[in-house]
Design a protein around this ligand. Structure first.
Ligand code: ZN
Length: 323
């Protein structure tokens, strides 16, 4: 027998407990369902040095990037310009060793052409020679680990400014077993990085800190912008691919950038896994001189580009410092 009030309280407590259990599982399910994915890709390896050729400096920049990726278990891919591995025809051994440590740490390497030629400005045969010339060392480093080179990233994201040029390059890449590495979260990290390098050369740590914080805030806005564009096009947030460069700025701020993605509910995936998203099967049918995000290419191709005035801009003072 129970007193009415006690019984009522007991039932309410039971209901509450059941409700809380359901809410717990629903929230778990929803949060797993909303888990966003990003692949971090880093271009112009081993290092974008902004004219500082000192080996200790470059080794430090590279190793800090590598350390941040490893510490956070980020399965990143780096795209190499092998011209940086040679002094005339002599191999610069420490630069090759940096790439070797990248591969031996389980990270992925891709081809970014030998010397970063622009497909908008050079003929097909010269550009494709650059691709072949640009794979020699990378291929060897990967095969030493029983791995194969797979991805090609177009310098300046210039895939061909006409359909004919783009198609002939795609045929070439297919024949040589390359897969194009797209970019969705495009940004001007290189402008911030140039400004940051200038501030470093002036030993202006106050300015360096200011640029670094500005960079992270800007990248936060870029993430939101491309999520919004993705939602417009696909009705969901696709597996994103971020492009950044192997600069001093990113060596100092990669931890913060990774934390920013985590705070936005992202998990980090490999290029292989990002490209499993069916969005990447969307055809590109419109071509131009532009080096833009694949999301914008698809939007132009499907004539569904919403006119959004929200693409975050690089602040003028950063641009002036960087130029
Ligand atoms: Zn590049």
């Amino acid at each position: 027998m129970c007193v009415y009030n006690a019984c009522f309280t007991h039932n309410i407590t039971n209901h509450m407990r059941t409700l809380l259990t359901i809410l717990f599982f629903v929230s778990r399910f929803v949060s797993i369902g909303q888990q966003k994915q990003v692949c971090i890709s880093i271009d112009d390896l081993p290092v974008v040095n902004y004219g500082i050729t000192d080996s200790a400096y470059q080794i430090n920049v590279f190793n800090k990037i590598l350390y941040s990726l490893k510490k956070n278990e980020v399965p990143a891919i780096g795209f190499v310009n092998e011209v940086k591995l040679f002094n005339d025809s002599n191999v610069i051994h420490y630069q090759v060793d940096l790439l070797k440590s990248w591969v031996s740490n389980g990270l992925e390497l891709g081809n970014h052409s030998f010397s970063h030629k622009d497909y908008n400005n050079v003929p097909f045969h010269l550009y494709t020679n650059e691709i072949i010339k640009g794979e020699t060392v990378t291929k060897k480093l990967l095969s030493d680990q029983n791995r194969q080179i797979k991805y090609f990233r177009h310098p300046y994201l210039h895939i061909g400014n006409t359909k004919v040029k783009a198609d002939s390059l795609n045929d070439f890449l297919n024949k040589h077993n390359y897969v194009t590495a797209p970019v969705t979260i495009d940004n001007e990290d290189y402008v911030f990085a140039s400004a940051y390098s200038r501030a470093k050369q002036k030993d202006d740590t106050t300015l360096m800190n200011k640029i670094g914080l500005e960079y992270i805030a800007y990248m936060g806005k870029k993430i939101k912008y491309y999520e919004k564009q993705s939602n417009h096009l696909f009705g969901r947030n696709i597996s994103q691919i971020l492009l950044i460069h192997a600069s001093l700025l990113n060596s100092d701020y990669l931890n913060s950038l990774i934390a920013l993605f985590k705070a936005n509910n992202y998990v980090f995936v490999s290029m292989d896994n990002a490209l499993k998203d069916p969005a990447y099967k969307t055809e590109i049918t419109v071509f131009g001189n532009w080096g833009i995000s694949w999301i914008e290419r698809w939007a132009l191709s499907t004539k569904r580009k919403e006119y959004i005035n929200e693409d975050p801009v690089t602040p003028d003072y950063i641009r002036e410092l960087g130029n």
